[in-house]
Design a protein around this ligand. Structure first.
Ligand code: GDP
Length: 622
């Protein structure tokens, strides 16, 4: 329900309103004013009622008259609240200008704040590093190894705390490592608007080589525009093949230095420590080139890496400080909560009085637990902190009611139309690896002077949550070709307003991308998997050719299902269910754990072990 744009048509006047009989008090028709009231940019029905000195029920009834159905905790925008206020005989005024100004100032991003900074106040700060790569390639082992062997000299012997990030010291220089490896965490932060990582280390196991998640990690890092270093791990293993990894990287257009590119690669063994000092040197080198700076003498801004409730200490949030120095006693707003710094702990569990740029610290003192990705800002006093937090709280409630997104595809399309944006970011998922290049090729042929296709990630397999995150963070759309969307990813895409377009013919895809480049693409549909069944036997049926005897392994297959036949993981046929039987009976659906017979329209070449995947097609984003 929208609380915006209420009907202001006063033809529905109190006298002839049937509501009068039901006890709604008549409103002030004479236009007597009780004076002026200050109303903030958003507030709840309850807060408005308090401001107007009437009951919340009266406000709700008045909103109903104006065509807005509301509840006590519903958040109203200023315009709506002002109309209601005038209905009750008040003249609304937007809450004091000063308040609005601080609030807009306090929502400045760290980058914007930095821009305003006097360059002479900026000092070099340690790089913040995230480790990414395919599962089991050694990310965690590497993080642990660096933590153990490079804790700050002064803190040797200290007990390391897992607070989500830690600092290592190399040649007297510090490096901050984020402790949650992987591109999901990396991109999730970015999608929330927090730019945390300065350098990404992609770990590739030398015995396994570049794998799908390696490619994903590389694409996520590239989309973020963060410099990368490749750590070729497990060189201690007999079947390690470093040269092959380099070749595979080149195939992904990651050109390492020896191959004439600019990406540093470091052969390492996270197990034996070999090469790790070299890797750390490389990180410092890349950091030097990136010229990372912050002003340690200003009020602090940081990002929440993780947060928890401790039974003794209350809310504890790991904050990665981005700029400024955080001190005990500072008042701060963090996300939609606030507080006063009561204690600061380092990653070694030591209590400190203050913490500067790039330092990860655990902060005690926020009134409730903030969310990862929330920004912490130090403000002048507790009152301001509280007001800003409450403002954000109202904003978030409002967004929950009518999802206001950080971006929308309509916005991108409009920007393409007006020429503000020249690239359409696409995440391409296909059934088989072999379709990627031809599809990319077909799409790139559509590039025009005005706008071009930018495939930021392409891979085979279904559309996952990580694809949705990447689309969010990069303002892109997802295109699936002969592939499906994981149910969780679809829900996520819907809630975040990310578009997933799926196709089974190239023509449709090409036509739509052409439209998208002109900024006129309509949302289409996404495939949602309903169930999977394994073919265990094949029967001949006189009437309809062949029927597959199946065992439903997950979800369900229904009579209306669209189906895809997968052989060795690849889709070999798409059609729909023509008959569905359990024992001798025709049934409407077959659920997981049941055996039955499935006939597929226009198909009879079943083989044992084939997977029949049932799906339905849903319109996305509507
Ligand atoms: P992650 O999933 O990328 O975090 O991988 P892990 O750090 O959990 O490592 C997966 C497995 O590889 C573990 O059994 C590690 O002991 C092993 N491993 C990690 N690094 C090395 C290495 O350099 N050499 C060898 N031989 N094994 C390693």
């Amino acid at each position: 329900m929208k609380s915006k744009e209420p009907q202001t048509d006063k033809s529905l006047n109190a006298e002839d309103s049937p509501d009068v009989e039901s006890g709604i008090p008549p409103i002030d028709e004479e236009g007597d004013t009780h004076g002026q009231v200050e109303i903030p940019s958003t507030l709840t029905v309850k807060q408005l009622a308090d401001t107007l000195n009437v009951s919340a029920v009266d406000v709700i009834k008045q909103l109903m008259r104006d065509g807005v159905m509301a509840t006590v905790n519903q958040v109203l925008d200023y315009e709506t609240a002002a109309i209601i206020a005038s209905d009750f005989g008040y003249e609304a005024m937007k809450e004091a200008k000063a308040a609005e100004e601080t609030s807009s100032k306090d929502t400045l991003s760290v980058e914007e704040e930095e821009e305003k900074e006097d360059p002479s106040a900026l000092k070099a700060r340690p790089p913040v590093v995230t480790i990414l790569g395919h599962v089991d390639h050694g990310k965690t082992t590497l993080l642990d190894r660096i933590r153990q062997s490079n804790i700050l000299a002064t803190e040797k012997g200290g007990i390391t705390q897992h607070i989500g990030a830690y600092q290592a010291e190399v040649d007297g220089q510090k490096i901050t490592f984020l402790d949650t490896p992987g591109h999901e965490a990396f991109t999730a932060m970015r999608a929330r608007g927090a730019k945390v990582t300065d350098i990404a280390v992609i770990v590739v196991a030398a015995d396994d080589g570049v794998m799908p998640q390696t490619v994903e990690a590389i694409d996520h890092v590239r989309a973020a525009g963060v410099p990368m270093i490749v750590a070729i791990n497990k060189i201690d293993k007999a079947d390690a093949n470093v040269e092959k990894v380099k070749q595979q990287l080149a195939n992904q257009s990651v050109l390492i230095e020896e191959w004439g590119g600019d990406v540093i690669s470091a052969p390492i063994s996270a197990l034996t420590d070999e090469g790790i000092p070299g890797l750390l040197e490389s990180i410092l080198l890349v950091a030097e080139v990136a010229d990372l700076k912050a002003n340690p003498h200003r009020t602090a801004i940081g990002v929440v890496i993780e947060a928890k409730l401790d039974t003794n200490k209350g809310s504890l949030a790991t904050i990665l400080l981005q700029t400024g120095t955080l001190k005990i006693g500072d008042s701060f707003v963090v996300g939609d909560t606030w507080g006063k710094v009561k204690a600061i702990y380092t990653d070694k569990g030591e209590r400190v009085k203050q913490a500067g740029p790039s330092m990860p610290v655990e902060v005690m003192g926020s009134n409730s637990v903030p969310q990862a990705g929330d920004i912490l800002k130090v403000v002048s006093d507790e009152r301001t902190a509280r007001r800003l937090a409450e403002e954000l709280q109202r904003k978030r409630e409002m967004e929950a009611q009518q999802p206001a997104r950080p971006w929308s595809i309509e916005q991108v399309m409009a920007e393409i139309r007006t020429g503000e944006v020249k690239e359409l970011n696409i995440i391409l998922k296909t059934d088989v690896q072999g379709s990627i290049e031809p599809l990319k090729g077909s799409m790139e042929l559509l590039n025009t002077e005005e706008a071009k296709v930018n495939v930021i990630h392409a891979g085979s397999g279904s559309v996952t949550e990580s694809d949705v995150l990447l689309a969010m963070a990069s303002r892109g759309i997802i295109i699936g070709f002969n592939t499906r969307t994981e149910p969780g990813a679809l829900r996520f895409a819907e809630s975040e307003g990310v578009e997933i377009h799926t196709y089974d013919v190239i023509y449709g895809l090409v036509e739509d991308v052409k439209k998208a480049l002109k900024g006129i693409l309509e949302p289409t549909y996404a495939d949602v998997i309903e169930g999977r069944a394994q073919v265990r036997a094949i029967f001949s049926v006189r009437k309809s050719g062949k029927v597959a005897g199946v065992y439903v392994t997950e979800g369900k297959i229904t009579r209306n299902s669209l189906v895809r036949i997968l052989r060795n993981g690849e889709s070999i046929h798409q059609s729909k269910v023509s008959s569905l039987r359990h024992l001798k009976d025709d049934v409407r659906e077959l659920a997981a754990g049941f055996e039955g017979g499935i006939g597929i329209e226009g198909y009879s070449d079943f083989q044992e072990e084939d997977i029949i995947e049932a799906y339905r097609r849903e319109t996305s984003n509507e």
